[in-house]
Design a protein around this ligand. Sequence first.
Ligand SMILES: [Zn+2]
Length: 170
Amino acid sequence: MTSDLPQSINPLCLAKTRDAIVGKIKLNSLSRTKTVLMNEEGELKYSLKFDFDKSGVCIIECEIETELILECQRCFKPLEFNVRNISLLGIIGKGKELGTLAKEYEPLELDEDGETTVEELIEEELLLSIPLSVLHPLDKCAGTNDLDKINVEAKVRPFSGLAVLINGKD
Ligand SMILES: [Zn+2]
């Protein structure tokens, strides 16, 4: 089953037939994620598999895969961030407490009609997979390179001075 968004789904119905939804979403259609992106181009691939566990809880295996352009919090330049995440969502039944859900599931509440949208599901998982602060690796960060340059110059100068002294003596 492949489909365009936005798309309301009923996880309980889909779990009865152990259905799966596979598709792609444009990153610029994810309104909450857009605020942290430096570039909104690109897509996210997803797969949602619906089932019931042994205790009868409706579960969704949610897999997302994408590449985001985030802002490095050290040099404020673009940073490529790969997301590949699989999570297991457990649906909280009406009137049931959060604590009744097994710990390995992320809790998911449905609206009054027992529905949610693919977009909402995916974006929630995507936001959870983005760290609060992203940084380039030290050797690739422009912020660090500037600092390194200063450090290197500071270290090189005394030696070059010494070289002049030595050469002067010769
Ligand atoms: Zn950086």
